[in-house]
Design a protein around this ligand. Structure first.
Ligand SMILES: [Zn+2]
Length: 334
C-alpha cells in the first residue's frame, strides 16, 4: 500500500507550495469586494505540506482588478482625522515591535505601500528603504521618501539591512520560498526578518470560517498558521526567533468585522465605509445596504469592546488573528 498522499489520484488541484495534487476542502468563501461577490473560492489544505491555499488561484491579470479597486484602491478615506490618528497608533505599534530586536539601523520594507511605516521609522532615526510594485503607491511613497523606494529588489542598491519587514505581504505571494530566499543576501549577519501574516489557526478564524475577515480571497494565495509559516521559513533557510500573537492594527478589527459578517452585514463593511466603497447611491442591493447600515450603527458601539477583549484573550493562548514572526537566516555550516 502506498502511503504517499500525493500519489493518490484524488483531485487535479495542485498545492501551489509543494505541487502535491491531493488536498481537502476546508470551506468555501466569497470575495468581499462588491464587484466580485458572485465569485466563490475554495480554501483547501494540502495533504502533504498542510498549508492552506485559495483555489482556484486567480491569474495575475485578474488580480490587477482586485488591487486597483476596493480596499486597495485609491479613493480617499472617509473620517480622515480619525483614520490619521489610528494610522499613527498603528505605525507606532509596528515600530515598537521592531525595536524589540533592534533599536536603530538600516531597515527594508518589502511591499511598503504608500510608505507610511517607513516614513514613521525614518522620523525615529532609521535608515529606510522600501520596495513597492504598485506604481501609484510607489509614487506616493516617493513623495516623502525620495530615492528610497524602488519597484523590486533588483532595483535596490546592494545594501545590507539590520531588519527586513513584510507586513501582510507573504500571504499574497504565490512563490513565498523563492521570495524569502532572495532576501538572504540583503540581511546583515544576525539580521532579522519580520513577517506578519493572518493566522488561520486563530480563534477568530476557526469560529468565523468563511466569514473570517482576514481570508481576503482571492488576493490571499496562502492562509498561514504558525506551523505552516515555520515550514515555509525552514524551506527558505530561516530559523524562527520569536512569534508575536497580538496586533492592535489587525486583530481587534478582524474579530469585529467577522462578527458583523456573521450578522449578515455587507462583508468587509468597516473597510468599505472607510474607503468610501459603499453608499446608498452605488449599493446594488439597497435592502442589504440598509440592513448593513443598521448593523454598523447599532452593532459597532456594542461590539467594539468585546472584540478588543476577544482579540487580546486569543493572543494570550497563542491563537491571535494575525502573527508576527521574527526569523534569522540559518548560517551555512550551522
Ligand atoms: Zn503542499
Amino acid at each position: 500500500m502506498n502511503s504517499d498522499p500525493c500519489t493518490e489520484d484524488r483531485l487535479a488541484i495542485v498545492c501551489p507550495l509543494c505541487s502535491c495534487n491531493s488536498s481537502q476542502l476546508l470551506f468555501r468563501a466569497r470575495s468581499w469586494e462588491s464587484f466580485a461577490q458572485d465569485q466563490v473560492y475554495e480554501i483547501r489544505q494540502c495533504h502533504k505540506c498542510h498549508i492552506a491555499f485559495t483555489s482556484p488561484i486567480v491569474s495575475f491579470e485578474s488580480l490587477k482588478l482586485f488591487y486597483s479597486q476596493g480596499l486597495y484602491g485609491n479613493k480617499s478615506n472617509r473620517f480622515h482625522i480619525l483614520i490619521e490618528i489610528a494610522q499613527q497608533i498603528f505605525q507606532w505599534s509596528r515600530l515598537r515591535k521592531i525595536t524589540r530586536v533592534r533599536q536603530r539601523g538600516k531597515l527594508l520594507d518589502i511591499g511598503c505601500g504608500k510608505g507610511r511605516f517607513l516614513a514613521y521609522a525614518a522620523l525615529h532615526g532609521w535608515d529606510v528603504y522600501g520596495t513597492e510594485p504598485s506604481e501609484n503607491s510607489r509614487r506616493i511613497a516617493c513623495s516623502t521618501l525620495k530615492g528610497r523606494i524602488v519597484g523590486n529588489l533588483k532595483e535596490l542598491p546592494m545594501e545590507k539591512f539590520d531588519v527586513i519587514t513584510l507586513w501582510h505581504v507573504l500571504e499574497h505571494v504565490s512563490t513565498p520560498v523563492e521570495m524569502l530566499r532572495q532576501l538572504h543576501p540583503y540581511l546583515k549577519p544576525g539580521g532579522v526578518l519580520c513577517v506578519a501574516v493572518p493566522n488561520l489557526a486563530s480563534w477568530q478564524a476557526r469560529l468565523g470560517k468563511s466569514r473570517w475577515c482576514h481570508l481576503d480571497v482571492p488576493r490571499h494565495v496562502f492562509h498561514y498558521t504558525p506551523e505552516t509559516l515555520q515550514y515555509v521559513l525552514d524551506l527558505s533557510g530561516y530559523t524562527i526567533l520569536h512569534i508575536d500573537h497580538f496586533s492592535i492594527e489587525f486583530n481587534p478589527i478582524g474579530v469585529l468585522q467577522t462578527m458583523l459578517n456573521s450578522l449578515g452585514a455587507e462583508p468587509g463593511l468597516i473597510y468599505a465605509l472607510v474607503k468610501r466603497n459603499i453608499s446608498w447611491g452605488i449599493a446594488k442591493n439597497k435592502l442589504r445596504f440598509l440592513y448593513s447600515a443598521i448593523v454598523a450603527i447599532v452593532g459597532i458601539p456594542f461590539l467594539i469592546l468585546p472584540a478588543l477583549l476577544f482579540a487580546y484573550i486569543e493572543s494570550l493562548f497563542s491563537k491571535g488573528g494575525t502573527i508576527l514572526v521574527y526569523a534569522t537566516p540559518i548560517e551555512l555550516g550551522q
